[in-house]
Write a protein that binds this ligand. Structure first.
Ligand code: AMP
Ligand code: ZN
Length: 455
């Protein structure tokens, strides 16, 4: 909600890079990620690379939510993992494994950097139980029939991140509250139902059950970063419940704030009003785009046409434009040849754009200005590759694809070669005419004939 100059909490020692702690809420692995989810991870990757561009070392922690995320944010309904299991006949563990790998594959296809640390909720049950014990010892919990809850009324500034209207919520929610003392109270531990065995459950001092969804992030960020760290990010939907509750847990146990900076990515939506969600009909995945012939990086480039702090409408026209534009950039970069020395002035201007709260539309305009500039090709290339350390478009590796020539044309080329070898020049010429009528041209080179489509 405001721009603040980024200052790290800790400085690296002599000769060391300063390390910045960054925690990003990871996927709930009961289904594939859709391109909306991935917009958030693309923004986080840009944030991380921007910090690195500025000379910081980033410790990037991402969790995998494989237990405890219930269908409803109000701590009711089925666990998304168990629901997935019921629907597919696979175990919750198999589902988690499968979708975790699919998610990581999507990240690679978008050329997103691998987090420094991946951490699964189910691998950190002890840490989560310890955190509940700590919160309990400080007097913030109470027990009801289905679990242990956090009493949000005990935290004076509860809800500040989302500017929650606590009084209004209190007045409106009397009926649905069940045994909860306040509408904003949330489960930190849920008991397994007495009449059915869950696939994922653990013993605890309070009884067999599983951790509440918000708990894992407070427990694992404290373990791998520290209770108070530099940057916490996620999608905008996390502001009012998930991140608000992470803050409550950490403040209750450690008496510190959770993160120095909160950075939220805004939603990708299908049109003005509908957000893309895992339960909605329009579920577009990276694989969907690939099946339709798009390069995943074209989607990444599309995301860069907007600032992360605003909603972005997905349209196929927009994606087509981004794909064309990316192709032009790749070809331009390829034709620049080998890199020389970079242009410091352009580099500084690029830093100004990305350091202006990741202003990618401004950065994109600068990229085209550089491409069209009077600078020498090797200088342009080196500068563009330095930009690409942040953009992650793989410009250094890209080469134009060999055009696929249909077999029919290749056969004609062979026929013409034979005619030439036998000095039947007239035949050779007529085959050439046939090839050209089919939309291809032949160039005779020292290595033999080359065919390409006529432009
Ligand atoms: P989930 O797997 O549902 O826990 O969500 C993974 C990430 O995607 C979270 O950071 C969400 O805030 C984010 N997210 C969910 N839907 C969208 C969307 N339509 N656009 C952008 N980010 C989203
Ligand atoms: Zn989280």
């Amino acid at each position: 909600r405001s721009l603040r100059k980024f200052e790290p909490l800790q400085r690296g020692g002599f000769g060391q890079l300063t390390e910045v702690g960054m925690y990003a809420c990871g996927p709930t692995v009961y289904n594939f990620a859709h391109i909306g989810n991935l917009r958030t991870y693309i923004f986080e990757d840009l944030l991380r690379r921007t910090l690195e561009f500025n000379g910081f070392k980033v410790k990037h922690v991402m969790n995998i939510t494989d237990v405890g995320h219930l269908v409803s944010d109000a701590d009711t309904g089925e666990d998304k993992m168990e629901k997935g299991s019921r629907q597919t006949g696979k175990t919750a563990w198999e589902i988690a494994e499968f979708y975790t790998e699919e998610f990581q594959a999507d990240m690679r296809r978008l050329n997103l950097k691998e987090p420094t640390i991946w951490c699964r909720a189910t691998d950190h049950i002890q840490e989560q139980i310890d955190l509940i014990r700590c919160i309990e010892a400080k007097g913030f919990t109470y027990q009801v029939s289905d679990g242990i809850y956090f009493d949000t009324s005990k935290l004076p500034d509860y809800g500040y991140l989302g500017r929650l209207d606590i009084a209004g919520l209190q007045a409106g929610a009397r009926i649905e509250m069940g045994e909860k003392r306040n509408p904003t109270d949330f489960a930190v531990w849920k008991f397994s139902p007495s009449d059915q065995k869950r696939q994922m459950e653990w013993d605890s001092p309070w009884g067999t059950g599983f951790p509440g969804w918000h708990l894992e992030c407070s427990a694992m960020s404290a373990k791998y970063l520290s209770p108070y760290f530099d940057i916490h990010c996620g999608g905008e939907d996390h502001i009012s419940v998930h991140h608000t509750n992470e803050i409550a847990q950490t403040e209750a146990c450690y008496g510190t704030r959770l993160a120095n900076f909160w950075v939220h990515g805004y939603f990708l939506q299908m049109d003005e009003n509908t957000r893309m969600s895992k339960s909605s009909g329009e579920f577009i995945r990276i694989q969907t785009l690939i099946d339709l012939g798009y390069d995943p990086l074209a989607y990444k480039f599309f995301c860069m046409s907007a600032v992360y702090r605003q909603k972005l409408n997905f349209t196929w026209e927009g994606l087509d434009a981004a794909a064309k534009s990316l192709d032009r950039l790749r070809i331009a970069a390829y034709e620049m040849g080998d890199p020389g020395t970079l242009d410091e002035n352009y580099l500084e201007r690029f830093a100004d754009c990305i350091n202006d709260d990741l202003n990618m539309p401004r950065a994109a305009a600068l990229i085209w200005e550089l491409v069209r500039s009077e600078l020498q090709a090797p200088v342009k290339k080196a500068t563009l590759l330095a930009f690409d350390a942040v953009l992650g478009l793989g410009l250094a590796e890209w080469t134009p694809k060999e055009e696929e020539i249909p077999q029919l044309i290749l056969d004609l080329v062979a026929k013409r070669q034979l005619a030439r070898a036998e000095k039947r020049w007239k035949d050779a010429d007529s085959v050439r005419a046939e090839i050209s009528a089919a939309g291809y041209e032949i160039m005779d080179t020292p290595e033999g004939p080359k065919v390409k489509p006529t432009k």
